[in-house]
Design a protein around this ligand. Structure first.
Ligand code: APR
Length: 234
């Protein structure tokens, strides 16, 4: 029997989707960038200046991540795969979408649980909960020094082209928990075709173009509402 083609649902998530898992956002009060000078711990210049500080910063975030669990918003996105061909484009570096069961996750800003060779960037290794920390002395299996597999500020975002193509093909777009403060990620909403429904879930939504349906609630509540809107009607 011919496989039924499901409508394409493309999701763009930011730190807000992981807030209810206890992961700090960046720009909220008490957020990550309030306690760390972002250009010291998350930029290419900062890494060149003080790589040990960057290793420590990401070691601390991995220690926090392994204690966190996906929340109902992550799980609802995985549930939507029953009725939609879902791709999650995330700015987040956590692995909570994957751990909640989402099958197609595209990371724009890298992945916290991965490191890569400084000499051969294509050599990417996965860290495990019992092997979380890296330092200047860490070597990959080839003997190369390593760095976090994170896109630092001032570095290119290699996955932005595939992300834009996915957005152009979307039949439904959902944006969850992002302040739209960082480009090129924030520009992705302009790739949605005219007439495609776009939903934006955020308790403190930033201004967005007309026509976008804003659900000014937390991710878990917004996804409860959205499942009812997007669930196929009998
Ligand atoms: N549910 C949904 N959204 C929430 C929740 C929640 N429980 N709590 C906070 N938010 C929203 C905030 O209102 C804000 O709009 O999440 C958003 C978080 O914004 P930022 O902290 O700026 O995070 P994000 O938009 O993901 O940042 C983008 O900036 O520093 C870089 O690389 C980093 O990927 C990150 C990028």
């Amino acid at each position: 029997m011919a496989e039924v083609k499901l409508p394409k649902l493309v999701v763009l998530t930011g730190a807000g989707v992981s807030a209810e898992s206890g992961i700090k956002t960046y720009r909220d009060a008490g957020g990550l960038w309030e306690n760390y000078p972002v250009m010291e711990v998350a930029s290419a210049a900062g890494f060149n200046r003080n790589p040990a500080l960057i290793h420590d910063f990401y070691n601390a975030r991995r220690a926090e991540l392994v204690k966190a669990q996906p929340n109902d918003a992550h799980r609802a996105l995985a549930e939507l795969e029953k009725w939609y061909d879902v791709t999650v484009i995330t700015q987040n570096v956590d692995n909570l979408h994957e751990r909640a069961g989402s099958s197609n996750v595209l990371h724009l800003h890298g992945e916290l649980m991965k490191i890569r060779s400084m000499k051969h960037p294509e050599r990417v290794c996965e860290l495990t909960p019992d092997n979380l920390t890296t330092s200047l002395d860490t070597r990959d299996p080839y003997g190369d020094p390593v760095r976090p597999h994170i896109v630092f500020f001032q570095e290119a975002v290699p996955n932005i082209e595939p992300a834009a193509k996915l957005m152009e093909q979307a039949d439904v777009v959902v944006i969850i928990g992002t302040s739209m403060a960082v480009y090129p990620a924030a520009g992705l909403i302009h790739y949605a075709r005219r007439g495609v429904p776009v939903y934006y879930i955020d308790p403190r939504p930033v201004p967005v173009p007309d026509g976008i349906t804003v659900l000014p609630v937390k991710a878990t509540e917004g996804m409860r509402q959205l499942i009812e809107i997007l669930r196929p009607k009998p």
